[in-house]
Design a protein around this ligand. Structure first.
Ligand SMILES: Cc1cc2nc3c(=O)[nH]c(=O)nc-3n(C[C@H](O)[C@H](O)[C@H](O)COP(=O)(O)O)c2cc1C
Length: 192
């Protein structure tokens, strides 16, 4: 059972607009996997499309190629240890969900494993095959076909970071297992 609320797809870009470290989930139907990724960004509002760098040596890349899909889960500050762990080991010979005690739900559109515990939001993405960018730059494009978020931190199409939901604030990798957490939301006012 999920406490997440669906995110209308016109707001999907906002989930990663500010550059959080994400978890990339994948499955080929018999095997599943999860890795960390710091390099992702939106590239189109409608239809919602994103780009993400997934190194060709990863097991994730193999499963993404096999299934034509990937999940993006956005960890909160409470999940930094798990995020760093799944970004520091390969799932080629071990199920990282089982190894690190990570609970997964099944995505509604593509059947991908998705993580809600410790996370603030997720997206299911259909791979947009682009052989050149995948081969040359390890950059994979995807169309977001489903999204949901924890309404305590993302509602009405916007993040709302405040002192009351710090465990759900997104995390941003500085390198070597050091992260910064999103701070409180500030709002620009008109000037001039
Ligand atoms: C915080 C963090 C961010 C990372 N960002 C990326 C990234 O953007 N792209 C990438 O290919 N690997 C990235 N990695 C490395 C992968 O997560 C790592 O190679 C992982 O072990 C691959 O797992 P797999 O072989 O099970 O797919 C990152 C690792 C960490 C810890």
């Amino acid at each position: 059972m999920t406490a997440f609320h669906p995110v209308p797809l016109q707001y999907a870009s906002r989930l990663i607009n500010h550059g959080p470290t994400v978890l990339v989930t994948s499955s080929d139907g018999s095997r599943r996997n999860v890795m960390a990724a710091a390099w992702s960004m939106p590239v189109e509002f409608t239809p919602p499309r994103i780009a993400i760098v997934i190194d060709k040596r990863t097991f994730t890349r193999e499963l993404v190629a096999a299934s034509g899909s990937f999940g993006i889960c956005i960890p909160g500050a409470a999940a930094i240890d798990m995020t760093y762990a799944v970004g520091s080991a390969t799932g080629r010979d071990v199920d990282k969900f089982a190894q690190f005690g990570i609970a997964a739900i099944t995505g509604p559109e593509l059947g991908l494993p998705l993580i809600e515990a410790g996370c603030s939001a997720w997206m299911e993405c259909r791979l947009i095959p682009e052989a050149h960018t995948e081969d040359t730059y390890d950059t994979c494009f995807g169309e977001v076909v489903a999204a949901a978020a924890d309404p305590r931190v993302f509602a009405n199409g916007r993040w709302k970071f405040d002192a009351g939901n710090e465990a759900l604030h997104t995390i941003h990798h500085l390198g070597g297992g050091n992260f910064v957490r999103s701070s409180s939301t500030i709002v620009a006012k008109p000037i001039g």
